[in-house]
Design a protein around this ligand. Structure first.
Ligand SMILES: [Zn+2]
Length: 79
């Protein structure tokens, strides 16, 4: 079973368009038993403007840390 960190790493890869069917299956298995990650994904998809603070309040610390890193990299590459 994947940990939240594994799942979020996969999710972030997926958002960049990369996920094998095997990874997708592992991710689905994790999401089926992990409400915080489901919330993360739902919030992420539902928030075009990426309200980082709102999401962080609902995420496990390791998830929010990973997301913060991701957003930071995104912001840096976009500017
Ligand atoms: Zn999880």
């Amino acid at each position: 079973m994947y940990t939240c960190k594994d799942a979020i790493n996969l999710l972030l890869d997926f958002l960049d368009g990369e996920m094998t069917p095997e990874e997708s299956q592992h991710l689905r298995e994790h999401l089926s038993g992990c409400a915080p990650c489901v919330d993360f994904l739902r919030t992420y998809r539902a928030t075009p403007g990426l309200c980082k603070r709102a999401m962080a309040q609902q995420m496990p610390k390791e998830v929010s840390t990973k997301l913060t890193e991701y957003l930071r990299a995104r912001i840096k590459s976009a500017s």
